[in-house]
Design a protein around this ligand. Structure first.
Ligand code: UD1
Length: 339
């Protein structure tokens, strides 16, 4: 069974390609390489022993996308990761985000309908919940006004999918990720942000490696036990495995309705300081950090209620915070040593 993975050289995409191949799926990756590298394909092949098919083009290009589907009429499904994802950048360049993240989705859906590709898994985000009124947050929690154009593209994308599923034979699953961190145990693939990282874990590992001088902890005056914000960090390999479970649910005709939404989190919340401490304990290193003011747009605390995913997808995140931070460090070292 052949799956198209868009954004398959990216952080979550590459880990998902590995898990799909290891479960016997054939994978074709499409990626424009805006924020990732072609070598990721070779590293996936080193892990799995199989080189995924790869095509480099931009899915906002209608003609190229149609041509791709014309040549790949044997697809059973699509996992759509390809998107811009930097929150601040999206505030500075909203059109870039709306155009890229939404045109690519619409081109995919159009061609899936034309060529009869029946299933799509979409990368959504817990950002759609904003600061939830109740914790842990379940899939039925209200969608809050998006804090950024990036977050808004995830909300609008879910709506585009819902409207399309309503009038076509298409089936869709949106997976709302909490905070994916960590890397594959091989150290061959992992998170590789361009330039200065926005996200916590790459900033920690780059500071520990000596690439960044000091980590800034954005605020310790939140209403949480140690004053720093709380997130549901989830190991990227656990997250990747959930995509395989979603694909199997679709191709096995087990969906209860044509558009389903699942939270992907562990159900545990950790503060920024707890993550730093876990990293220091796992690696024996000290992280140079200082507390600074809050970062605009950050919410105070959120963690998932993963009950619905656990029960319906038959999937559960099993890797703990120590494994997450240790694997992130393994990857950082492995990557830097190969430069
Ligand atoms: C953000 C987005 C999320 C997006 C994800 C991936 C929001 C509300 N969430 O998650 O939608 O999918 O990025 O790009 O915009 N922190 C520091 N110092 C740093 C970096 C982070 O203290 O240098 C803190 C943050 O204040 C936050 C926590 O670490 O409390 C996690 O931050 P981050 O990794 O950026 O993820 P989110 O902001 O939760």
């Amino acid at each position: 069974m052949k799956i198209l993975v868009t954004g398959g050289t990216g952080y979550i995409g590459s880990h998902t390609v590995v898990e799909l191949q290891q479960e016997g799926f054939e994978v074709v990756v499409v990626d424009a390489l805006f924020n990732s590298r072609r070598e990721v394909i070779d590293n996936i092949a080193k892990i799995t022993g199989q080189k995924p098919e790869f095509e480099q083009f931009d899915l906002t290009d209608q003609a190229k996308t149609a041509d791709f589907f014309q040549r790949h009429q044997d697809l059973v499904g699509v996992i759509h990761f390809a998107a811009h994802k930097a929150v601040n950048d999206s505030v500075q360049h909203p059109i870039k985000y709306y155009r890229n993240n939404l045109d690519s989705l619409m081109n995919l859906l159009d061609n899936m309908e034309t060529f009869g590709v029946p299933n799509i898994v979409f990368s959504s985000s817990c950002t759609v919940y904003g600061q939830a009124d109740q914790l842990p947050v379940s899939e039925s929690a209200p969608i809050k006004k998006a804090e950024s154009p990036y977050g808004n593209t995830k909300q609008i994308a879910e709506e585009i999918i819902a409207d399309t599923v309503h009038v076509t034979p298409l089936h869709a699953i949106a997976l709302r990720y909490f905070n994916p961190i960590g890397a594959h145990e091989s150290g061959l693939i992992g998170e590789l942000p361009n330039g200065v990282p926005d996200n916590l874990l790459p900033y920690i590992t780059q500071t520990a490696y000596g690439i960044r001088e000091q980590l800034k902890v954005f605020g310790n005056d939140y209403n949480t036990p140690d004053g720093t914000p709380i997130r549901d960090y989830i190991h990227v390999v656990d997250l990747a495995k959930a995509h395989v479970a979603a694909v199997k649910r679709m191709v096995g005709n087990q969906m209860k309705k044509p558009f389903e939404v699942f939270n992907l989190g562990t159900g545990n919340g950790y503060s920024v300081l707890e993550v730093i401490k876990a990293f220091e304990k796992a690696t024996g290193l000290k992280v140079n950090y200082k507390i600074v003011g809050r970062r605009e747009g950050d919410i105070e605390q959120i963690w998932a209620d993963p009950t619905f995913s656990n029960e319906e997808l038959g999937w559960k995140a099993v890797r703990n915070l120590d494994e997450m931070v240790a694997s992130a460090w393994h990857w950082e070292q492995h990557y830097r040593n190969t430069l």
